[in-house]
Write a protein of this length. Structure first.
Length: 292
């Protein structure tokens, strides 16, 4: 049945009255079985919550579940139980560190960062989560080699904890041209070199397609060449970071197909900012585009 809960409610409400429909749906268990989206099953679909911050988490969980998705990302430990309540996971958790601009390239922060991650990583593992996000931090006048050395030193200290709990620490590649001026980990080659220097299977990259299209392009070739270094992917339309449809320059069906051809079996996280009045319909479109 290729219909979402939202669409079904609209149709049924027109026929029966909204109060009758609401009461009916409240009495149905596993609503996603009856009204959920049927997807092809080749892609694990996820979404980043911050793009939908005006939708309460529980409402968003229900909507995401009804689209056939299984994950909501960038949420912290206090929010993971709500996801579990709706049968969802958090493919890329938040909750440790000091944010994007203050990261592992600053050795003065290493002790603080280490304490933060060592607290949250066991919580993630206990919740059945196997990844967590991290950041390089801004350059602040630092050259790339010094940044690599500093990040390597700090992350190597963290790897014993990551390995113990089988959690992969993922540094996100972000653009420094538009969204995150001065961010250090802004090119795939720099991130790949860092992964090599850290030398642990529990440290890899979060390849954000939107960000890397802005910085370097050649997305499909980069994915094919460097997929062993990548543990997670994010989407987003270029330009504008909006819907990933024909309004932008990237063709996501080909990109997702290239990702799958590498053998990747993790989640692909939608991280575009919807412009449609019906934001869940925009998300549904994004899922359909990537459901190759």
């Amino acid at each position: 049945m290729n219909i979402t809960r939202r669409k079904a409610i609209n149709v049924m409400s027109a026929m029966m009255g909204s109060s009758v429909v609401a009461g009916f749906l409240d009495r149905i268990k596993n609503v996603e079985y009856y009204l959920g989206k049927e997807l092809k099953g080749r892609v694990k679909h996820s979404v980043c919550k911050w793009c939908y911050n005006d939708i309460p988490l529980e409402e968003f969980c229900a909507g995401v579940r009804d689209l056939g998705m299984h994950s909501i990302e960038l949420l912290g430990p206090d929010e993971w139980p709500t996801l579990k309540k709706y049968g969802l996971t958090c493919a890329m958790p938040w909750g440790a560190g000091k944010g994007i601009v203050e990261g592992f390239n600053n050795p003065d922060l290493h002790d603080e960062l280490l304490a933060s991650y060592e607290e949250v990583i066991p919580l993630a593992a206990d919740a059945g989560l196997d990844k967590i996000i991290c950041f390089s931090g801004n350059r602040n006048g630092m050259d790339d080699e010094t940044g690599l050395e500093n990040c390597t030193t700090g992350l190597k200290r963290l790897m014993s904890t990551a390995e113990k709990y089988n959690v992969t620490v993922c540094m996100e590649l972000l653009n420094s041209k538009i969204d995150h001026p001065d961010y250090m980990c802004d090119h795939t080659a720099w991130g790949v070199e860092l992964v090599d220097r850290v030398g642990s299977d529990n440290f890899k990259l979060l390849y954000d397609i939107y960000h890397m299209q802005i910085m370097e392009g050649d997305v499909i070739r980069t994915i094919r060449d460097y997929h062993p270094y990548i543990a997670h992917y994010h989407t987003g339309g270029v330009p504008g970071r909006n819907e990933i449809d024909e309004t932008q320059e990237l063709y996501y069906p080909a990109i997702v197909e290239a990702i799958l051809e590498t053998g990747y079996d993790g989640y692909i996280g939608q991280e575009f900012i919807p412009t449609w009045d019906d934001k869940m319909a925009a998300l549904e479109q994004g899922v359909e585009i990537c459901d190759v």
